[in-house]
Ligand binder design. Structure first.
Ligand code: PA5
Ligand code: NI
Length: 184
């Protein structure tokens, strides 16, 4: 008999048939992440901004993690819902993202502070090089789901960009507007 592998449902991004870990990140967890902190405080703290499902696999050197992020549609003030974003603790370690559903942007920023945005959509493939911070942004009306694969040893460094990335993305006049900001 053949081994039944874990599965990702391409249409929904749901992971199944493997040992799974789950984490929800809510409005109340995202203090000072969005430009308009007052607007964040007006929203219901329990509202989930994104869910991550992850295969519970080995974190040993050479092993890979696989996870799906489901980033819900919404805004804090005019700024689209987004993940906290991070460098890897092991800066040289890269990652691959695959867009599964919805539409959005992947914000990438180097250690020198150069930021760029890649379109995310069903089927998009994103090579995140080492030494590059990354954040997903949902600019659409639907859930944005993306599959990620990264080294188990990479780790997360959230502190390095706690003051924010160099680019923020807002809805203005019904259009997606990217703005360069001072901090980050
Ligand atoms: O490994 C990744 O980059 C993703 O799985 C992210 O961890 C996920 O999207 C959640 O974002 P963050 O870790 O920045 O809160
Ligand atoms: Ni990462």
């Amino acid at each position: 008999s053949f081994i039944q592998p874990p599965q990702v449902a391409w249409a929904s991004g749901a992971l199944a048939d493997g040992p799974l870990l789950r984490k929800s990140t809510r409005i109340q967890d995202l203090t000072d992440v969005f430009a308009d902190e007052n607007a964040r405080q007006q929203l219901a703290g329990e509202q989930v901004v994104y869910d991550v499902e992850m295969l519970d696999t080995s974190p040993a050197e050479g092993e890979l993690y696989t996870g799906v992020t489901h980033l819900y549609p919404g805004r804090v003030g005019c700024e689209y819902f987004m993940t906290r974003g991070h460098f890897h603790a092991r800066r040289e370690q890269g990652e691959v993202y695959f867009g599964l559903r919805g539409t959005g942007l992947l914000l990438l920023q180097t250690e020198q502070g150069n930021a760029r945005l890649e379109k995310v959509f069903a089927g998009s493939v994103h090579i995140i090089p080492g030494f590059t911070a990354h954040r997903l942004i949902n600019t659409g009306e639907e859930v944005l789901s993306a599959l990620a694969v990264w080294p188990g040893i990479a780790g997360h460094d959230y502190a390095a960009l706690a003051r924010g990335f160099r680019i923020r993305v807002f809805e203005e006049n019904n259009r997606v507007q990217a703005k360069e900001v001072q901090n980050g």
